[in-house]
Design a protein around this ligand. Structure first.
Ligand code: G4P
Ligand code: NA
Ligand code: NA
Length: 190
């Protein structure tokens, strides 16, 4: 998506060789027009896959997951980040380490909103190490639903998340690939 690359160049702030701040685009402010365009792109890539639900993890993936679900005409379900350690009977829970944040969080998804007959498209904003994605993939497996694929807005190719997931035989489509952030420059892939 050339338009998205352009916006990443305009809005992105390189914080280090590892991290690109994208508050103007994904993590704080959202451009509805651009986000709907991302949703149309994901919907086009997965339109023949019989998707019945779009899943994401709160919070930054919700806007683009909404746009995708709207285009596909299916519900969006977002896994919640739990603030309590109490086990919930009617929910799937997974503990997710965050490499960048240095903390663990628990993500939770009610059994009510993910059924064994579902065909799931998992949408997220950024994939780095892929820990959150792995947590949600485990939940989808436990539910008996079929994971059709992942749609990721920005793939950071220099971290292992996307590669590891593809090596498991899972389809992962990204809109923009970032190969490197070194020397104060964003280098795009492909
Ligand atoms: P992972 O999700 O791939 O495992 O990434 P990691 O644990 O390393 O990162 C934790 C959070 O930081 C994730 O957001 C992820 O999207 C975000 N992140 C990782 N690298 C970058 C980056 O270069 N730029 C930006 N802007 N964000 C990055 P999250 O915890 O899922 O929170 P939320 O944003 O969805 O609320
Ligand atoms: Na996210
Ligand atoms: Na994020």
């Amino acid at each position: 998506m050339e338009l998205l690359k352009q916006r990443i160049i305009e809005e992105g702030v390189i914080l280090s060789d590892q991290v690109l701040k994208l508050d103007g685009l994904l993590n704080h402010q959202v451009d509805p027009q651009l986000t709907m365009e991302m949703g149309r792109e994901f919907a086009a890539r997965f339109k023949e896959s019989g998707i019945t639900r779009v899943l994401t993890v709160e919070s930054s993936g919700i806007a683009v997951a909404f746009a995708t679900a709207y285009e596909l005409g299916v519900p969006l379900v977002f896994a919640r980040r739990k603030k309590t350690l109490l086990a919930e009977e009617d929910a799937y829970c997974e503990r997710v380490p965050s490499f960048t944040k240095g903390i663990v969080t628990d993500i939770m998804l009610s059994r009510q909103y993910l059924k064994s007959e579902d065909r799931v498209l998992f949408i997220d904003d950024i994939i780095a190490n892929g820990d959150a994605a792995r947590g949600l993939i485990k939940i989808i497996e436990r539910s008996g639903a079929e994971l059709v694929g992942l749609g990721i807005v920005i793939e950071k190719c220099f971290q292992a998340g996307a590669r590891t997931i593809r090596e498991q035989g899972i389809t992962l489509e990204s809109l923009v690939k970032i190969e490197s952030l070194t020397n104060g420059t964003i280098t795009f892939g492909e």
